[in-house]
Write a protein that binds this ligand. Sequence first.
Ligand SMILES: Cc1cc2nc3c(=O)[nH]c(=O)nc-3n(C[C@H](O)[C@H](O)[C@H](O)COP(=O)(O)OP(=O)(O)OC[C@H]3O[C@@H](n4cnc5c(N)ncnc54)[C@H](O)[C@@H]3O)c2cc1C
Length: 450
Amino acid sequence: MVQIPINKNKEAMRKDPIIKRHFISFDGGVRQDASYQRPDRYSMVERISKHSPIIARGGGYSYSAASFSEKSLVVDMRCFNRILSFDPQSGIVEVEAGMTIASLLEFATPRGFWLPLLPGYPEITIGGCIGANVHGKNPYRHGTFAKRVVDINLYHPVYGIRRISPESESEIFELTCGGYGSLRLQPLAGDQTVTVQTPVQNLAEGLEVTRQASMQYEFAYSFNELSPFPKTFGRGCVIGSEVLSGSVNSGKIIPKYFPITPESRTRLPYSIWGGWRTRVIEHLYWLLETSRNKKKKENLFQFAFPFAANGKYFLFYGRKGLVEYQVIIPDENVETFLSAAEKIILDNRMEGVMGSMKLFKGRQKFLRYEMDGVCVTFNFARTERTLNSLPRLDKLVIAMGGLPNLIKDSRIPRDVVVACYPELEKTRNALRNYDPDRLFRSELSERLGL
Ligand SMILES: Cc1cc2nc3c(=O)[nH]c(=O)nc-3n(C[C@H](O)[C@H](O)[C@H](O)COP(=O)(O)OP(=O)(O)OC[C@H]3O[C@@H](n4cnc5c(N)ncnc54)[C@H](O)[C@@H]3O)c2cc1C
């Protein structure tokens, strides 16, 4: 007789697929218990009640609570992760929305294709990329994810499945919160990248070099030290990278890595980042980076997802987590913004850790994080002092005509969103028109009164 162990949990889920689960936003700012289901066939999705709130969930890598709410059934879509069709002539691939961007890359690369617009973590799903209209490492050149989407099968419990595209139903397409559909991949010249690193001494120099690099390279962004010490504030490197023409490895391109999740990120009880510790780590990193060869070759995966190998960066924020403050500032105001933001961070001794800049190009619409300008990101340890000082940064962003990224900040107050997003009310009305009972609800959408 052969005994086969059965995973009790999975069995239980198949019989009674709704369980209670604790959810944490990736930044650690929102924690809630909610009902949870992980369907693995479409009939299960179709059986979900048409009368009580639900919210779809991908990998849960949003820093804000965009894919859970204590009042909604959280429907984890990651079992729907297949490639449905691929046309090597046009590069159009049809995928289920639960597929991760790493799996898509793993499928596409050996076939000589890829997606140049990749957010920074491999476990993020295609549904999450569409839902948040994410950007990659040079949004000035590649724009945002919606540009890659040919069409979407959008499911609503009342209407069933509707196929929508930018041409057929442009308003719903632009409002879209997910589904599955076709993406246009791009031919790939090779699967190695070459990166040139340019050291910079402060944010102003970082901005100037990032601007040049964005015109010159396929990918361009800066990373900058943010610990509140005037001498080293803003010091860092600008990364400019190209894909090298050459052979494409027909085997696996994904090295082994240990995925970090919103829950495992909180494993350390205390933050390693903060005060002199941040300064010491930043200084060691600076010495390491400036002593290295300024040109380095990497495989595409390692380049696209630096945090896959450096997940400790997020673990170091400990249980309380981090604040990712990400805004697009119009070109004409960015110098003023950077020097005023530096003053706020230094004067208030906010627990800054790392910053980054990218050039952005896009048209602002609804609540989409997209417009012409410079995308500036600040990472802080989530301490009282930081949280108490953030309203000063919010005020500055409003005065500069900036746009905060709602998917990156679980704290952002509604009045700031009202002041920065001229189409908030229009979005609210359009959503209510499409979904009058507001069946799709997350903590984020409720906080914004959508
Ligand atoms: C380390 C790290 C790096 C990141 N780098 C970047 C970056 O470079 N650029 C950038 O723009 N963002 C970046 N992000 C943010 C991330 O790309 C977005 O938050 C993205 O939405 C997360 O996708 P997800 O699969 O985890 O979806 P979730 O966070 O679970 O959900 C996000 C939204 O999509 C909806 N959704 C998800 N799946 C479906 C589906 N199947 N059907 C319908 N709706 C769905 C959810 O309801 C929710 O509204 C980063 C995040 C992390 C943690």
